[in-house]
Design a protein around this ligand. Structure first.
Ligand code: C2O
Ligand code: CU
Length: 463
């Protein structure tokens, strides 16, 4: 197995970065703007050229949007991009009309126009926002940012740190994002993987800490397709929440932790590295370890570690009492390279593999490719659904349900913690259960955005 002391720095990433992203609460003025536009940022290490990204307010990741649980998020989204766009608030159980899914809950906002988002932040936790139009391209260009909803009573930590992990596909000579967003090989295999990895848009993120300081790490996988397998060194603590939803009893952070695209974890960790050392969040890739975020230790917050934390206060728990007579659903994922999909229904007609490929479509849910006129399921408000999710492909997928969180049923049928995104590896079958407690049309898709663009996209209607 992997040594936890084996994290090495990616080449070119060794230079220390001086500027740290400030954690700034947005002013509570009425409907501030969130402007999508093109801008140049220093995404790559300092000796590389700047990269022109599509960001929110000129940044990639976009500005932190932060509010208190129960408050409303009001933003005038202004589109100054050359393409239509929309904003999705990933993981928030909120009003359907504000969910930001172009083609399902709203029309995409054309260039030069705006859209007023106003939605409730019912749940406290770690969420994120991102483009939900042509997202395989737009998220890859930088249109995403952190969305943090604070608990009314702040938990007992010294520092609250959001770490958005991403990879970028950039031509190292020009520093520009390569525009091969629908390369058939990416669509039909593991999705668009980048060649530069960042934390909060920085090639070598670091944050000075003190020994025995307790950090809340909010880790978000914002990548198009990459799985991040993470480990800690010089940090020790508890896993507090998955996908924004607190666990009922915090458990020690496991040796390695894998996040699929769209997934998040909240950790409370204490700095146990000695003064003068560096604590690390590392990434395991092809069995090698790399530094994903560095925490140089100077000074000490206290002489001893604190006791184990209390759990975070729970968010509203979906009512799964109707599980015994739940609606039974099935989602069979097929296609992709080596998947042998010979034909499938796309836009209402049966197509063979060649026709699908010509239209850049490679994947199917239950034999249906992409958005359909009718939803995968119609559920009535309050109904409980149990879905068997079968990954009959040779790739991992990260299935994201909008508007509601679900639980995986473990082998012994016990429900696991609430999540909004299910990582399913090749050949796996999972049972998930959820309460259809939010009315509207909810997208349900693979968060490997190239897969969503090439067939893995459907929806569920709750009436
Ligand atoms: Cu984070 Cu439908 O997406
Ligand atoms: Cu997928």
């Amino acid at each position: 197995m992997l040594s936890r002391r084996s994290f090495i720095r990616a080449s070119g990433g060794a230079a220390a970065m001086a500027a740290l992203p400030a954690t700034v609460a947005r002013a509570k003025a009425a409907a501030p703007e969130l402007v999508a536009r093109e801008d140049a940022v220093q995404l790559l290490p300092p000796d590389y050229p700047e990269t022109s990204v599509w960001g929110y307010d000129g940044q990639a990741p976009g500005p932190e949007i932060r509010m208190m649980q129960g408050d409303r998020i009001a933003r005038r989204f202004v589109n100054r991009l050359p393409q239509a766009s929309s904003v999705h608030w990933h993981g928030l159980r909120t009003e359907n009309a504000m969910d930001g899914v172009s083609g399902l809950t709203q029309d995409a906002v054309p260039p030069g126009e705006s859209f007023d988002y106003d939605l409730a932040a019912e749940d406290a936790g770690t969420f994120w926002y991102h483009s939900h139009n042509r997202s395989a391209e737009q998220v890859a260009r930088g249109l995403y940012g952190p969305l943090i909803v604070d608990e009314p009573t702040p938990p007992d930590v010294d520092r609250d740190v959001t770490l958005m992990l991403d990879d970028w596909r950039v031509d190292p000579k020009t520093g520009q994002i390569t525009q091969d967003f629908d390369a058939p090989h990416d669509l039909s295999h593991g999705g668009r993987l980048g060649n530069f990895i960042s934390t909060n848009g920085e090639a070598a993120y670091q944050l000075p800490v003190r020994r025995n300081e307790r950090l809340r790490l909010r880790i978000v996988n914002a990548a198009n397709a990459r799985l991040f397998t993470l480990g800690l060194q010089g940090l020790d603590g508890w896993l507090m929440a998955y996908d924004g939803m607190p666990v009922t009893s915090p458990e020690p952070v496991p040796e390695t932790l894998t996040l699929g695209p769209g997934q998040r974890v909240d950790l409370f960790v204490d700095v146990i590295a000695e003064e003068g050392e560096e604590a690390l969040l590392g990434r395991i890739d092809q069995s090698k370890g790399y530094v994903q975020a560095a925490f140089p230790v100077s000074g000490s917050a206290s002489t001893n570690r604190r006791p184990a934390p209390d759990p975070l206060p729970p968010n509203r728990t979906p009512d799964l009492a109707g599980l015994a007579d739940a609606a039974t659903l099935r989602l069979e994922m097929s296609g992709g390279a080596m998947g042998g999909m010979r034909e499938a229904v796309w836009k209402g007609a049966s197509r063979n593999a060649g026709e699908l490929m010509e239209n850049s479509q490679f994947w199917a849910f239950n034999g249906l490719v992409g958005m359909t006129e009718t939803p995968l399921a119609r559920l009535s408000l309050g109904q409980v659904a149990r879905m068997t999710v079968v990954n009959d492909t040779v790739f991992p997928h990260a299935m994201h349900l909008h508007g509601m969180h679900f639980r995986v049923l473990a082998q012994d049928r016990t429900p696991e913690p609430l999540r909004d995104t299910l990582l399913t590896l090749r050949g796996e079958t999972h049972e998930i259960v959820f309460a259809a407690d939010n009315t509207g049309r909810w997208a349900f898709h693979c968060h490997m955005l190239s897969h969503a663009a090439s067939g893995m996209m459907t929806w569920i209607e709750v009436t």
